[in-house]
Design a protein around this ligand. Structure first.
Ligand SMILES: [Zn+2]
Ligand SMILES: [Zn+2]
Length: 372
């Protein structure tokens, strides 16, 4: 079995792309494009997590996005931990289903060794099994507008599954140790001979761990997991929006029987800002101007998110609703300034005289083209 096929065996490319196994190639493609856009290093400079995820997603698409490779991948996965595992007995031909991938005996031995983590590291040791991955945990986080735009590091307190403090996750009462599973003699698997092949199945008595807890920890009843409040440090990347999920790898529920922890997903909600809005990666702001400023042109001050005012030049004849782009002034993007011409609701005597004089001097109707 080649390196890449081993990788196929271990990685769930469907989960990485967030599509189902029955997703059409069109769905896979559009999902990949969306992820690639979001995670591209150019859009996330210096974000190592996004970069790592970008690589994962690219590797997954390399397989799932190619019909031939995908079909092979599906086959390889069928041979995986979900289905029965087989290995040849006495150097016979590879089993049905394995043959089409030219999987040799040694390779399958390798594969099993990898699966049970038994390789050269002491066959049959208690606790040598792969264990079960911890649960993914979701937590809500409400962010101030500024923090969402600029990114921040914060600490979230959540109550969730955590490694039991009483036994440090081992499941055994302090001072005691798990003993070897008698049913499988500590191997974590049972072999069943069927003709040429012997199938290996995880041991039911010990859940494949090879060991059993004889004196369970009273705090967690032997599960190694308890529910308690804990604090998690979170780095929120700049530019997050309401509805986005920030994934913290392996910060979810603890694994069971030596399995890896699950992930923590932080669901972000962003508080609205009284002045600023967002459009893609840009910020937006509406700036009122007078009729005179719009007509004659003016230099007006506009606010930016960091509190510093910036002057922009409004050219003569600017229409209401025109948008000016201020490069690099909107957090991770630009600031889009949309001007709104204000119509005065009350006029002083001078203002009224001035407007009346303007009306008198205006001879052409703006409605001439309507033929009225
Ligand atoms: Zn415990
Ligand atoms: Zn057992």
């Amino acid at each position: 079995m080649t390196e890449y096929e081993k990788e196929w065996f271990e990685k769930d490319y469907y989960a990485i792309l967030g599509v189902t196994e029955s997703a059409s190639s069109k769905e896979v493609k559009s999902r990949y494009r969306k992820l690639a856009r979001e995670l591209h290093p150019d859009s996330n400079p210096g974000d190592a997590r996004a970069e790592e995820r970008f690589k994962e997603v690219s590797a997954a698409y390399d397989v799932i996005g190619d019909d031939d490779k995908r079909a092979k991948y599906d086959e390889v996965r069928k041979m995986g931990p979900i289905g029965p595992m087989f290995r040849g007995a006495g150097g016979g031909a590879p089993g049905p289903g394995a043959g089409q991938f030219n999987v040799g005996m040694d390779d399958i031995g390798d594969l099993l060794g990898g699966l049970f983590n038994r390789g050269g590291r002491g066959r049959g040791q208690p606790g040598a099994a792969r264990g079960q991955r911890g649960s993914d945990i979701a937590v809500d986080l409400s962010l101030q507008f500024d923090d969402a735009v600029n990114g921040l590091e914060t600490t979230i307190t959540l109550t969730s599954e955590a490694t039991c403090a009483g036994c440090d996750g081992m499941g055994s009462a302090p001072g005691t140790a798990p003993s070897k599973c008698e049913s499988c003699d500590g191997r974590g698997i049972h072999d069943e001979n069927q003709g040429l092949f012997s199938f290996s199945r995880p041991c039911q008595s010990c859940g494949g761990r090879g060991s059993v807890i004889t004196s369970p920890c009273t705090n967690c009843r032997g599960s190694g997991v308890e529910v308690r409040p804990r604090e998690v440090k979170v780095r929120i990347p700049a530019g997050v929006k309401t509805g986005q999920k920030v994934r913290l790898k392996q910060r979810g529920g603890p694994g069971h029987g030596g399995g890896p922890p699950g992930d923590l997903f932080v669901h972000v909600t962003v508080e609205p800002h009284e002045m600023f809005g967002r459009s893609g990666s840009d910020l937006t702001v509406e700036v009122p101007i007078t009729f005179a400023e719009a007509t004659l042109g003016a230099k007006v001050k506009v606010p930016t998110l960091n509190g510093e005012a910036v002057k922009i030049r409004i050219p003569p004849g600017t229409v209401s609703g025109k948008t000016f782009r201020l490069k690099g002034r909107g957090g991770t993007g630009d600031l889009l300034v949309t001007v709104a011409v204000v119509v005065p609701q009350e006029l002083s005597r001078e203002q009224r005289q001035a407007v009346e004089a303007f009306a008198k001097a205006t001879t052409e109707s703006p409605r001439a083209h309507l033929g009225l």
